[in-house]
Ligand binder design. Structure first.
Ligand code: CU
Length: 154
């Protein structure tokens, strides 16, 4: 069933709307929130929204983080992204905020370039002793990343 839905999404892409920085094409759209707590992770990791919705990332960490996406990972039309979200240390004590509106169906995969590592072929170098994120106990975990699935609105 999931693969059928994905096929439907892929077959309709390019025919619906166009990418836009921060203006929704739909009157009944919503703002969906992704939080960065005081840790190197996006919560939720995976999110499903509808075309026209805006995602708002809020960085509640003291450190800066980024939302980066490459054409290699992302459905056509969403565009590349390389945006800094200031942490509270660099934003007057307030969380940094970033918004992006998704006006057509597809899949947007992103990561933080400070807390993930990719090789020259865009392959993730994690988990393992040569890459990835290491906790204070020496365990390697998932790079700081997330995925947004944009479903058709109608
Ligand atoms: Cu980060």
């Amino acid at each position: 069933m999931k693969s059928l839905i994905l096929c439907l999404i892929l077959s309709t892409m390019g025919s619906i709307g166009s990418a836009s920085a921060d203006v929704s094409n739909y009157p009944n759209s919503h703002i969906k929130k992704v939080m960065i707590p005081g840790a190197d992770k996006f919560i939720p990791f995976a999110m499903q929204i509808k075309a026209g919705d805006t995602v708002q990332w809020t960085n509640g960490d003291t450190d800066d983080h980024t939302v980066v996406s490459d054409d290699a990972f992302t459905s056509p039309g969403f565009g590349k992204m390389n945006a800094l979200i200031s942490g509270t240390d660099h934003n007057g004590g307030h969380p940094g905020v970033l918004k992006k509106t998704f006006n057509h169906p597809g899949i947007f995969v992103y990561y933080c370039r400070f807390h993930s590592k990719l090789d020259k072929d865009n392959q993730p170098i994690a988990p393992g002793p040569d890459g990835g994120i290491q906790d204070d106990k020496g365990n390697f975990g998932t790079p700081m990343m997330g995925v947004i699935t944009v479903m058709p609105r109608y």
